[in-house]
Design a protein around this ligand. Structure first.
Ligand SMILES: NC(=O)c1ccc[n+]([C@@H]2O[C@H](COP(=O)([O-])OP(=O)(O)OC[C@H]3O[C@@H](n4cnc5c(N)ncnc54)[C@H](O)[C@@H]3O)[C@@H](O)[C@H]2O)c1
Ligand SMILES: Nc1nc(=O)c(N)c(NC[C@H](O)[C@H](O)[C@H](O)COP(=O)(O)O)[nH]1
Length: 218
């Protein structure tokens, strides 16, 4: 029987104070060594997923470059279908399979615009993307593992309903501060610590001054 959801790994690099970017959106926290580790992980998963703001601010490629291996399918959460034609993801989507996930809120004109790009469009959810439904749809497509690479809003959407299996955090030797700087987990947050998913520390790895923490959800 097909599983109802792929194995989901949340991945991020944080400062010691739990930020994933500065208030201006500067997010380069990983070291070269950590980048190689991340790309090895990317090469082992079926898909890699980010939210629209991360595409807007980082303009990522989401490919495997610092090691040998296959590129995962790229998935962008983009309720209104507003991803820029000039983003690296769209510019390379002819060669690297890419899925843009929109909600029913998308306008007809935005949907028509998206259809012109060489991407697959998945519609899931009323206003914003319904993550549970999306994971079900990805399972039907035989996607068995998804690496979620943020940002904070996307992380919250997976965490609030317990829709993840593993969390890999690179604790980077920086202190960023700023109440408006993006944290590892954004959204409304839990009201009580007892509402938080319970995590078991599976392993730690020191990469010079960076510390990679690998947790599994109990
Ligand atoms: N250090 C790191 O590991 C790391 C990783 C990723 C991103 N970042 C940083 O995080 C910042 C962006 O984070 P963010 O929280 O603003 O945005 P995000 O990247 O999580 O994107 C959120 C947006 O995605 C779209 N979306 C649609 N459906 C959604 C759903 N169900 N759940 C969540 N999003 C949905 C919405 O437009 C939403 O506003 C950037 O500055 C980026 O550099 C850092
Ligand atoms: N592990 C990790 N360390 C970081 O320092 C950082 N900024 C990210 N951020 C994840 C986010 O998805 C980024 O946009 C991509 O890491 C950029 O991906 P590319 O190199 O362009 O493929 N992730």
């Amino acid at each position: 029987m097909e599983k109802s959801k792929p194995y989901v790994i949340l991945s991020a690099a944080t400062s010691i104070d739990g930020k994933i970017a500065t208030v201006t959106g500067d997010s380069k926290l990983s070291s070269k060594l950590d980048g190689i580790r991340l790309h090895k992980l990317r090469s082992k998963v079926d898909a890699i997923l980010v939210g629209k703001n991360t595409v807007l601010l980082d303009d990522p490629m989401l490919t495997v470059r610092h090691t040998k291996g296959k590129n995962p399918i790229r998935i962008v959460l983009d309720s209104k279908g507003s991803i820029s034609k000039n983003s690296k993801i769209i510019q390379t989507s002819k060669k690297i399979p890419t899925i843009v996930v929109v909600s029913n809120k998308i306008t007809k004109s935005n949907l028509e615009r998206l259809k012109k790009f060489p991407v697959e469009i998945i519609i899931a959810g009323k206003n914003s993307v319904d993550i549970k439904l999306l994971l079900k749809k990805l399972s039907y497509k035989k996607i068995k593992s998804v690496l979620v690479e943020g940002g904070g809003t996307t992380n919250w959407e997976f965490i609030k309903n317990g829709l993840f299996d593993e969390l890999i955090i690179t604790l980077s030797p920086f202190l960023i501060g700023g109440k408006d700087a993006v944290s590892l987990v954004e959204g409304d947050g839990f009201k009580k610590i007892t509402n938080s998913p319970i995590l078991r520390l599976k392993s730690t790895m020191r990469l010079k001054n960076h510390l990679v923490l690998n947790y599994v959800k109990v």
